[in-house]
Ligand binder design. Structure first.
Ligand code: FES
Ligand code: FES
Length: 148
């Protein structure tokens, strides 16, 4: 089957198999920031925005994206600002988890989250093997303008 979707505001058309998942199709289209981690919806590394909301792209059939809008970290305006904070706070060690964390954190900013505890709960599905999370939390605090 052939699907047509928008990725980062660019129209893409591609032939897919019915069983293919969105993660693999986005990578076939060249969006390599979308990475595979657990493949079970648990690690957050494969996160993309689907019509503006974060989802694990490993857990969605590509066919569902037909006619929808996908945003990856490459297409996100605020991504560079948050990536800079991650770097300044020492939270970009191997960087493998960064695209998923960036997408979810930028979404939290968009919906107005300014409470670090709320942010931590929302980001509980973004696993990181390197940082121990403290440096990420410092960057998130600055980026969201956390007030308490
Ligand atoms: S690879 Fe999709 S959530 Fe882990
Ligand atoms: S920085 Fe390496 S997994 Fe998060």
């Amino acid at each position: 089957m052939r699907i047509k979707l928008k990725v980062n505001n660019k129209t893409e058309e591609i032939d897919i198999e019915p069983h293919e998942i969105l993660l693999d199709v986005l990578r076939k289209l060249g969006y390599y920031s979308v990475r595979r981690g657990c493949d079970t919806g648990m690690c957050g590394i494969c996160t993309v925005l689907f019509d503006g909301k974060p989802i694990p792209s490993c857990s969605v059939f590509a066919a569902r994206a037909d006619g929808h809008e996908i945003t990856t970290v490459e297409g996100l305006e605020d991504a560079k600002a948050f990536a800079k904070l991650l770097s300044e706070e020492g939270a970009d060690q191997c960087g493998y988890c960064s695209p998923g964390l960036i997408l979810n954190t930028v979404y939290l900013k968009k919906i107005g989250v300014k409470d670090l505890n709320k942010a931590k709960i929302k980001l509980i599905g973004n696993l990181c093997r390197c940082t121990g999370y403290e440096s990420q939390h410092r960057a998130i605090t600055k980026f969201l303008g956390v007030t308490k």
